[in-house]
Every structure is written in structure tokens, then in C-alpha cells.
Design a protein around this ligand. Structure first.
Ligand code: TRP
Length: 437
């Protein structure tokens, strides 16, 4: 089965080399694997939580989109979009919000960090904290669940959010899935060896530490200047140097082949001057980043091309998000008054397929699980007995779809054949044909 891989980048700033090595490059590499279907997006709704400068948000989403493409993303293989172009995401966010416990959100790292800082400063615990920050993990869960992603490559700081997405998915599955797994439970992928590119001072490369190396901004000149500022020890040219634990060497590793890594270490042990080592590091990175920077400049000069690519990406994403949201709405009871799930509400899944009879699974007050089959016009065709397990009801539905009327004979006796057998048989064979595709 294909694995769906999904990740987003919050569009609040300009990307640095650490974002490239830790997020963009591995994501693009993963998208080229066979059997992987990738979803990459600009998390611009998340950006609104952290930033109230419209110009900065606008600029950042443009830059980040251009960066993905300049780095070699092939949009014919992946689904590439802006979060805010997918209205199904905030709509699902609300459905998920209604099954998320407040206590769990109280424990989210980002929120706790903010309340801890307030407490330490002697302020009201929630001073300056928006509902956006508080609900951040639910929006993120919707990002992931709307596409039923299996794997989510993220930095270590985001792992808790993926766990929360799993919990929310599980709760929804339990309450509304009728024993079936409505949502896939996503897993975080943390790539330890690449996730933490050190910055100029050896700490994790981060905008907030002011220790980052720009990716494209400022051109080759800025790259060279930043590399010149990488902190090393004070060993003189000719003195043997210990390469291990040096930020310079770790950054070199991120761009080098195993042979280059070994040669670089040997040269440092043999006394290579730090100045010369920095020059080699610059040459190595520039050879890879330089051509991307040229593509980036070209794209930034043509925002209309980016817009067209992203509009296409949004349409592709919505073809999946629409039907899933329609099912989620059905599941929670937001249904058409004319009982036919095969004709989803306007605005969702507009596929012009012929309407089909519809199976519905649900739970009654007696705690048992049931299913029924409705004709396109809503007439009841078949009403099942109660099952103790939701799964059993689900299995019957799956079997009736697969085998059609042939499976009817084996259906437990109590089932109520509400319709003329010929009508029922015709409905089942229509479904069977649709199922066989
Ligand atoms: N919160 C993530 C970050 O700040 C960005 C993000 C938003 C994301 N939605 C996502 C990442 C869904 C992975 C999946 O890094």
C-alpha cells in the first residue's frame, strides 16, 4: 500500500540552511521513493498564530514556496499547496476541536511554555495567549488527518503534536467511526542525524538564536560571510585539530559524501588551517546551493508562476480533502435532510458520478452497532440486526459491497429486508459494480 507522507513549514520567516538540511532536502528525497505519496504545504494558518505582520506572512509564504521548487520538488509527483487554500482544513479543525479534551491542550508544550513564562514574570497565566496558540495542535491534527497521512517528518519539538493528532484521531474513530478506522493514526518521523544542523555558535541552528546561515538570502556573499563567522577553537594553522564536535565539521558532513567526510577530518588532524577549512566548506555548499539559488531568483521574479502551481496543487489536494470532509460531516450527523450520502453537500466532492444507494453505520442507544442501506431517494432497503461489535457490522457492509446480493443469504436472520427483493438486489449489484470500479 502506498504510504502517505505529509509535512508543512510555518510561513513566518526566511529559511536557513538548517531548514534545508533538516526538512526540505529529506522531504524531497522521500518523495522520490517508490510507493510514497507526498503532501507538502505552507502552513500559513499556523503562521497567523505566531506573527501579526501581514507583509511578513505574505513574503514568507512566497519565499518558502519558491524554495521548495528551487530545491527540486517535482509537483507532478507530490501534492504541494498552501494550507489556507484548503477550506476543508479549518472545517475539519472544528469537528476535531469538539472531540479534543481541553486538559490535553493545557499540556501542549508551546502553550505551557507561554504560561510558564507568564507565571515567571508575575503576570496572569494566560496573558497575551490567543486561542490560536492554544488550539494550534488541533489545526495541525486536521492538516494531517484530512489526507490520512501515515508518516509526518518533523523536528523533535513537533513530536508531541503528532501524538496529539493520533489521540484526536483515535477519539474520533471511537466516537464516530462505527468500529471502523475513520482516520489513519499518523506517526512522527524524526531523522536524528540530520534534524539538528548546528548554527554558527554550535547550538541548534535557529532564527531565534541569531546563529543561522542563510539559504539563499544575500547570495554567495552572505553564505561566505556567515561561514567565516562559524566558531572554532583557536588552534593555529599547522596544529593538529580534533574534528569531532566542531560545528564546522558537522555542517560539512551534511553536504559531503562519506569519502569527503573522511578526507576533511584527515586534513584537519594533519593541521589544515580553520580559514582554509572554511573555504572548503563554502565551496562544497555553494556547488549544491548555487544552482538552486538561481532557480529561486527566477521564481521569485515570477510570482504568477508560483500562484498557478499552487492553485493547481490546491485543486489536487481538495479532490481528496473534499470527500473525506463530507464523510466526516456525515459521521457526526451534519447530513442532508434528504438522506443520501451519495450526493454530498454542495461545495464538497463535486464528482459527477451517478448517485448510488448508501450504507450507513451507526450506534443506537442500546449500545449495539447497526447498519442500513438506503436507496438514492432515501428509502430504506435493508435494516440490520444489532451487533455487539462495530467491527462486525463494518465487515458485513464491506462484504455486501464486495459480493452484492450473493452475501444476503448469509446475513443473520434478524435482518429486516425492507424492500422488494428485486429492488434490493439491484441496489446491491449497483454498489458491487461501483466497488469493483
Ligand atoms: N507546526 C509545524 C512547525 O512549526 C508546522 C506544521 C503545521 C506541520 N502543520 C503541520 C508539520 C502538519 C507537519 C504536519 O514546524
Amino acid at each position: 500500500m502506498t504510504q502517505r507522507v505529509l509535512t508543512g513549514i510555518t510561513t513566518t520567516g526566511t529559511l536557513h540552511l538548517g531548514n534545508f538540511v533538516g526538512a526540505i532536502r529529506p522531504a524531497i528525497a522521500a518523495s522520490q521513493e517508490i510507493g510514497v505519496e507526498s503532501f507538502f504545504f505552507m502552513a500559513d494558518y499556523h503562521a497567523l498564530i505566531k506573527c501579526d505582520e501581514p507583509e511578513r506572512i505574505a513574503r514568507s509564504r512566497l519565499e518558502i514556496a519558491a524554495t521548495w521548487l528551487a530545491a527540486g520538488l517535482d509537483t507532478s509527483r507530490v501534492t504541494f499547496y498552501r494550507q489556507s487554500d484548503i477550506p476543508e482544513i479549518p472545517e475539519l479543525t472544528w469537528l476535531l476541536t469538539c472531540v479534543t479534551s481541553k486538559g490535553q491542550m493545557n499540556r501542549a508544550h508551546a502553550y505551557k511554555a507561554a504560561t510558564d513564562a507568564n507565571t515567571a514574570a508575575g503576570e496572569d497565566v494566560d496573558a497575551g495567549i490567543t486561542m490560536g496558540l492554544y488550539s494550534y495542535p488541533i489545526l495541525m491534527a486536521a492538516d494531517i488527518l484530512i489526507f490520512n497521512a501515515h508518516r509526518v517528518p518533523v523536528g523533535r519539538d513537533q513530536v508531541q503534536h503528532i501524538e496529539m493528532a493520533r489521540d484526536v484521531a483515535q477519539r474520533f474513530n471511537h466516537q464516530f467511526g462505527g468500529g471502523q478506522d475513520f482516520f489513519v493514526l499518523p506517526e512522527a518521523n524524526v531523522e536524528d542525524d540530520v534534524a539538528l544542523l548546528p548554527g554558527l555558535d554550535g547550538r541548534k541552528m535557529s532564527k531565534s538564536y541569531d546563529n543561522s546561515i542563510p539559504l539563499f538570502e544575500g547570495g554567495a556573499k552572505a553564505l561566505k560571510e556567515a561561514i567565516a563567522r562559524i566558531v572554532t577553537d583557536s588552534k593555529l594553522p599547522g596544529e593538529p585539530k580534533d574534528p569531532e564536535g566542531q560545528a564546522l565539521v558537522t555542517i560539512y558532513d551534511a553536504f559531503a559524501t562519506p569519502q569527503q567526510r573522511a578526507d576533511f577530518r584527515a586534513a584537519l588532524r594533519a593541521g589544515l588551517a580553520w580559514g582554509e577549512a572554511k573555504h572548503q566548506l563554502f565551496e562544497l555548499i555553494e556547488a549544491q546551493i548555487g544552482p538552486m539559488r538561481a532557480r529561486y531568483a527566477e521564481l521569485m521574479a515570477h510570482p504568477e508562476r508560483l500562484e498557478a502551481i499552487l492553485q493547481e496543487g490546491a485543486a489536487k489536494a481538495r479532490r481528496l480533502a473534499g470527500p473525506l470532509l463530507a464523510r466526516a460531516r456525515e459521521a457526526v450527523g451534519l447530513r442532508s435532510f434528504v438522506a443520501s450520502a451519495a450526493a454530498p453537500q454542495a461545495g464538497h466532492a463535486k464528482a459527477a458520478k451517478p448517485a448510488l444507494p448508501v450504507f450507513k453505520q451507526y450506534r443506537e442507544a442500546d449500545g449495539q452497532f447497526y447498519f442500513k442501506l438506503n436507496a438514492v431517494d432515501g428509502t430504506l432497503l435493508l435494516q440490520s440486526q444489532g451487533f455487539a461489535e462495530g467491527r462486525a457490522a463494518g465487515q458485513w457492509v464491506a462484504r455486501l459491497k464486495r459480493e452484492g446480493a450473493a452475501a444476503l443469504a448469509e446475513l443473520p436472520q434478524q435482518a429486516d429486508l425492507a424492500a422488494d427483493p428485486a429492488v434490493l438486489n439491484a441496489a446491491l449489484s449497483a454498489l458491487q459494480q461501483a466497488e469493483a470500479g
